[in-house]
Design a protein around this ligand. Sequence first.
Ligand code: NDP
Length: 324
Amino acid sequence: AQTPVKVTVTGAAGQIGYALLFRIASGQLLGADVPVTLSLLEIPQAVKAAEGTAMELDDCAFPLLRGIEITDDPNVAFDGANVALLVGAMPRKAGMERGDLLEANGGIFGPQGKAINDHAADDIRVLVVGNPANTNALIAQQHAPDVPAERFTAMTRLDHNRALSQLAAKLQVPVTEIKKMTIWGNHSATQYPDLFHTEVGGKIAAELVDEAWLRDTFIPTVAKRGAAIIEARGASSAASAANAAIDHVYDWVNGTEWTSAAIPSDGSYGVPEGLISSFPVVSRNGKWEIVQGLEIDAFSRERIDASVRELEEERDAVRQLGLI
Ligand code: NDP
């Protein structure tokens, strides 16, 4: 029998965790024939709630779910982990300065990176969902010098999926008609959803819409979709974030054509090496590869540079705080 894959989820008792765990256990993260064990990491005061979720997981009698562990110790949670979904993070509270936010998250993602470094399986793959996701991923990666940097990624797949859905609605086509969508940069309001390489029925998407819609409606709608959902739902997006996490890991492991993921830069497209920034990527043989050779016009250049500058500022801030 196949050895189960160990999947560690942090912030497991949160609302994204609740939307995520049942899909992992049902086989949607890795494949319908891959048994899994789940390790749920929570802060001490949320362990009981995680136990409740684990009871519900038990009650699903998922054929692929071979075990559940619940802990508040990262060294236990990441021991032998093959996949780590870092969902738990310190959210920005009203009046909180960026430095405070980064510092609070440094206290979470530094020790988690070290625990991954010391205890995870050799094939560990890490996806950071908790915000500020790109910089949290950088902090964790910097604390894991023995793990190849490329194993640390951050999620921009939800932005990617939002961009697909907005464009599909505008052009009245199924999302399956749209190829080569790209999100560049930071998972924040500065992210840049790029339609200049996106293809719809063999045509470039940017040529199928007017520039005012692209600039004044499409880009801000995608970038601010999270706030619009909070406004409508009274709570932040959870099921769609979990869905995007599933998409990211499934594609990383099983391979995919063009999508978007935040991965450590190799210097491509002028993004400083080492920054964890979103790129157009494909996945081959279990590795993300940046799509090369794209022409970047002035409109796109300006927007990519602005988002990358924000990532550099976040990196410099966590450096100054001694977090990396
Ligand atoms: P959620 O499950 O709703 O969100 C978790 C994180 O995901 C937040 O940082 C959130 O950022 C982020 N996120 C990223 N993309 C999205 C998106 N598109 N939509 C919504 N959120 C997104 O938070 P909860 O408060 O329900 O749960 C968090 C859990 O994490 C709690 O149970 C807490 O105890 C736990 N936690 C665990 C830690 C650990 O395991 N060591 C450490 C810290 C917390 P944003 O806030 O910017 O929306």
